[in-house]
Design a protein around this ligand. Structure first.
Ligand code: ADP
Ligand code: MG
Length: 446
């Protein structure tokens, strides 16, 4: 006998795209073709590197911003304006310093039009539930970070949201406080002490996602899209040291560190359907050549080739090591496959090289692999005085990047090009100029 149950969709995203218009009229696509359903009973982690559009996606679900294309549905109906079923906890706590704890917690209820008496009661109850007893009349500045975030939780939960959205809620807290609060939240959820039907947590921490979530959605960049949608079936409370826990962390790590791996179908184990979406524009991670050199040297010194375990050994977060790995990969100093990182022959030559040889090698790699550096180099060559204003490059970059990101891209290209003595940068005039030493043809590296 089969009983057909209609799954209730708390939130549905259909072909959602978010783009922003640049000052020069160009559109940049932040998120593209997002299809997603959130169901009651789930804790969903939205995981991805910074800039992948996690906050943007969450804000669309909350109705704070509309999608450019596609639809956000709430209980199968198109969402118009603010989502009445959502409350948000922010990383920055977002408390009003001139209001007491109680008044801060009451804010959401007040906005919902609750009468003063009932909102006071509900706020006091939530203050009790969340462990803020005795702090009702304190001001935020009198509280520790952990206590402030409790106020953030109490304020969001007091309105009894169907969907609790949290944007990196633990990342401003110290490790211990964060871990305590995570488990306290989990207690509230598991014991059904809060009527919340689902929780969406935005995070860049893989372990945080695996500790909390029943489902992990991995976002990729350029533009943001869903790269994997993984159910987590391990029972709560999870032990970080358990082999199944570690295996799942490894799997997610592999997806994140391997941009060519796409797993968009929910499956028990990660299936390796590979497709190769070419990034539309090369995006330079903002790292120094010195960091790349450091990574390459480490790789030579260590046996460990598994990127995740390497990061653990070095006590680095994904967000800290990934940009460096990404840069080394762009310059073809390393090869990545399934979460393993290996030096290429060019990478090996770099390590063995003297300072001058290293510069030569980086120059050659930049001029063959890094489009922005190539572009700047060609523009410089084309000019009789061999100088260009940085604005020219920024204008080109702003076709694909936000003004802030364009500036960051330019800074990175200048830093890399300067190291390799391809071009220089004249601070007061904001001009980039060709170095005398740069030759027209890239130096060949065997
Ligand atoms: P995440 O939360 O994953 O770090 P965000 O959603 O905050 O990423 O941002 C994704 C991208 O969208 C970033 O490159 C950011 O610069 C860009 N972005 C966000 N909001 C705006 C905006 N209002 N105008 C232009 N670009 C924006
Ligand atoms: Mg964010």
């Amino acid at each position: 006998m089969t009983v057909k149950t209609v799954t209730e969709h708390l939130i549905t995203l259909k072909g959602v795209n978010k783009s922003y218009q640049q000052p020069n009229g160009q559109q940049i696509v932040i998120l593209d073709n997002i299809n997603l359903e959130l169901h009651p009973g789930e804790i969903i982690a939205l995981l991805g590197p910074s800039g992948s559009g996690k906050s943007t996606l969450m804000r669309m679900i909350a109705g704070l911003i509309p999608p450019t294309k596609g639809e956000v549905l709430y209980h199968n109906r198109p969402l118009v304006g603010l989502n009445p079923g959502v409350a948000i906890v922010f990383q920055s706590f977002a408390l009003y310093p001139w209001l007491t704890v109680l008044e801060n917690v009451e804010l959401g209820l007040k906005a919902k039009g609750e009468a003063p008496d009932s909102r006071r009661q509900k706020a006091l109850r939530m203050i009790d539930v969340i462990g803020l007893d005795g702090f009702e009349n304190a001001y935020p500045k009198e509280l520790s970070g952990g206590m402030r975030q409790r106020v953030g939780f109490a304020r969001a939960l007091a309105v009894e949201p169907e969907l609790l959205c949290m944007d990196e809620p633990f990342s401003a807290l110290d490790v211990l406080t964060a871990e305590n609060l995570r488990f306290e939240l989990l207690d509230l959820w598991m014991d059904r002490r809060i009527p919340t039907k689902a929780i969406l947590i935005v995070t860049h921490g893989i372990e945080e996602a695996v500790i909390l979530a029943d489902r992990i959605i991995v976002l990729g960049r350029n533009p943001g899209r869903i790269r994997a949608d993984l159910p987590v079936t391990l029972p709560h409370y999870r032990d970080r040291k358990h082999p199944s826990f570690q295996a799942l962390v490894d799997q997610v790590y592999k997806i994140i560190t391997n941009p060519e791996l796409d797993t968009t179908e929910p499956t028990e184990t990660v299936s390796l359907q590979t497709s190769k979406p070419e990034p539309k524009h090369q995006s330079l991670p903002a790292v120094r050549i010195g960091s790349i050199a450091g990574l390459l040297e480490l790789l030579e010194d260590r046996q460990e080739k598994d990127l995740y375990r390497l990061a653990q050994e070095l006590q680095l977060e994904v967000d800290e090591i990934l940009p460096i790995v990404d840069a080394a990969n762009l310059m073809n100093f390393v090869e990545l496959s399934e979460g393993d990182i290996n030096l290429t022959s060019v990478g090996q030559e770099f390590i063995n090289g003297s300072i001058d040889e290293r510069k030569q090698i980086v120059r050659s790699q930049l001029l063959t692999h890094i489009r922005l550096v190539q572009q700047i180099f060609r523009l410089l060559e084309a000019k009789r005085n061999q100088r260009i204003p940085e604005e020219l490059v920024l204008d080109i970059l702003e076709n694909h990047f936000s003004p802030e990101e364009a500036q960051r891209q330019l800074n990175t290209a200048i830093e890399w090009g300067r190291y390799a003595e391809i071009y220089g940068y004249d601070e007061p005039s904001g001009q980039i100029f060709l170095e005398q030493t740069a030759s027209v043809e890239p130096v060949a590296v065997s």
